[in-house]
Design a protein around this ligand. Sequence first.
Ligand code: NAD
Length: 279
Amino acid sequence: MNILDGKLLAEKVKNQAREAAANLPRKPGLAVILVGNDPASQVYVNGKRKDCEACGFYSEEYTLLAGTTQEELMELIAVLNGREDIDGILVQLPLPEHLDERAVLEAIRPDKDVDCFHPMNIGRLFIGESGFQPCTPAGVMALLDEYHIDPAGKRAVILGRSNLVGKPMAILLLQRDATVTICHSKTPNLKEICREADILVSAAGHRGLVTADMIKPGAVVVDVSINRNEAGKLCGDVAPGGAEQASYLTPVPGGVGPMTRAILMRNTLWAARQHQNLN
Ligand code: NAD
């Protein structure tokens, strides 16, 4: 079993973004908004700032009080929407419960929606028009490409149907001519379906869900999930030692996670090129 090294490829993608950014008339600019003081979200935001620095991008961070109103947040987004030096706007999720997440995400100008959450960008993705791609599924596709794993004609099974991961993952694999099955928490015969997969993508967020008897020998296993084990260490959905018979496996951590961050940089670069009429 070989490792799909997301850490390594993420560095490569970020280096490419840095080189491309250095040749632009104006640096790509990313604004990140965090509402409240959730420690995990703070870690993600810090990571994004570091990635921007590494890529030579301009970045701004807005840490708003947990009690920020919908109007205040919408006002900030409106200002950032109008700024010429800001190419991407990212609102760190989850938002505090009193805020309307959908309305906030839809307020971001679609050409600055580097997370690819706006319905217009999701719609474009669905009909195969080029544009932003959702960071995590696009990161998985980049990993498959790097290791010359061609989804065409393969049977792909995805565990999870979220708007963030499962559904867009299915679209991207379908666009590359895989035959795709999406499974979820109500799917019966999960084992049997998974055993048919040449490419198994697990994004259920359920530690130990994927066991050896669910993996076809030689399958490619992509573990998107980020869980914690009893010892508090990060782990995915694949049970320890569960993927010995796979041909490839993404480690957790060091697989899909770093790729998600790298694709955000790629999307921000793409937006900056669009805004400078270079694409
Ligand atoms: P989610 O909770 O929104 O969706 C989970 C999906 O898995 C649901 O559709 C549910 O039906 C399905 N599911 C749950 N239990 C199942 C089971 N036993 N069998 C089959 N399906 C089951 O989560 P999400 O936002 O899609 O994230 C999924 C996981 O991926 C989480 O662990 C999250 O932390 C991780 N994640 C990782 C990255 C990354 O960069 N690596 C990015 C986003 C999310």
